[in-house]
Design a protein around this ligand. Structure first.
Ligand code: AMP
Length: 288
């Protein structure tokens, strides 16, 4: 039958590459949406973005062990491949790449891709020192498997996005990075696969993250507060009142992620906080 859409699912690098190369030979632009699965509207917004620019949308699903520390939630990370594939199909994804752990990391795999500036001593890298080398390694491997012309990453993981942009530039990957806005629940909570760990009561308290970021935005834009310490102090107070365990609250230059003394140009306000066993991150970009 013609006209029936059939999404492809690939488990090996070889099959994935063959598909991409055949699309490119036909003059089609290939875009990739890397994910760890358990898809939500945030992921699907990235699919829509890629579909606007590319002829072929490949979504990858791989829970990457090398970006989790031994005491983190790799084993418990939510997975539902069947549901994810259904959602991809409904969204018109052309192919899903879902390799096994052995496919991506043969037992004697011993090479890692490391970015040394933005991944060091800042934001999430302080409490998760090995995390970003796992991310850059797997993203480089996914790029070499999918051979995309474009790749999309969400601003939800702002530091990750900047690190990947740097890696693409530094290693001359022949592709362009597209950025996706943060998609939120109606009440403001940034969508995340990890939100499913939250109890109802924890979820209520988690709202203080977005609320305090919005207060900070208002303070900068309408109260003309330019001192980052005042902004940080107020956010910390709000998060503490909600009983969150703060990992960091930072006001940084949105490009190089360096601390600013004064808010005089666009800044990133970034938060990471624990609620029970769940660690959540969120951020906002604010121009004074
Ligand atoms: P993950 O599956 O959590 O590794 O995320 C895969 C991609 O989706 C990354 O580029 C994330 O930044 C992006 N992403 C995750 N949550 C959201 C969200 N709420 N809005 C937009 N993009 C998101």
């Amino acid at each position: 039958m013609t006209g029936v859409f059939q999404m492809k699912v690939f488990n090996t690098v070889e099959r994935m590459r063959n598909f991409s190369m055949s699309c490119k030979l036909e003059g089609k632009k290939v875009g990739v949406v890397p994910t760890m699965g358990f898809l939500h509207e945030g992921h699907l917004s990235l699919v829509k973005k890629i579909q606007k620019t590319c002829d072929i949308c490949v979504l990858t699903i791989f829970v990457n062990p090398t970006q989790f520390a031994p005491d983190e939630d790799f084993e418990d990370y939510p997975r539902d491949l069947k549901k994810d594939l259904k959602r991809c199909e409904l969204c018109g994804v052309d192919a899903v790449f879902t390799p096994s752990e052995e496919e991506m990391y043969p037992s004697d795999s011993s090479t890692r891709v490391v970015e040394h500036e933005l991944s060091n001593g800042k934001l999430c890298a302080v409490s998760r020192p090995e995390h970003f080398r796992g991310v850059t390694t797997i993203v480089a491997k996914l790029f070499n498997s999918v051979l995309p012309d474009y790749a999309v990453f969400g601003r939800k993981d702002y530091q990750q996005l900047q690190i990947i942009k740097r890696m693409v530039r530094d290693l001359n990957f022949p592709l362009k990075i597209i950025e996706g806005e943060i998609i939120r629940e109606k009440d403001g909570l940034a969508m995340s696969s990890r939100n499913r760990y939250l109890s109802d009561e924890e979820r209520m308290r988690a709202l203080s993250i977005n609320k305090s970021l919005k207060v900070a935005e208002r303070d900068i834009r309408y109260e003309y507060i330019r001192n980052p310490d005042i902004i940080i102090g107020k956010i910390r107070k709000n998060l503490n009142s909600a009983g969150l365990e703060i990992d960091y609250v930072e006001v940084l230059n949105s490009e190089n992620l360096e601390k600013v003394d004064k808010i005089s140009e666009k800044v990133l306000i970034a938060v990471a906080a624990g609620i029970g066993k769940t660690r959540l991150i969120d951020n906002i970009l604010v121009s004074p």
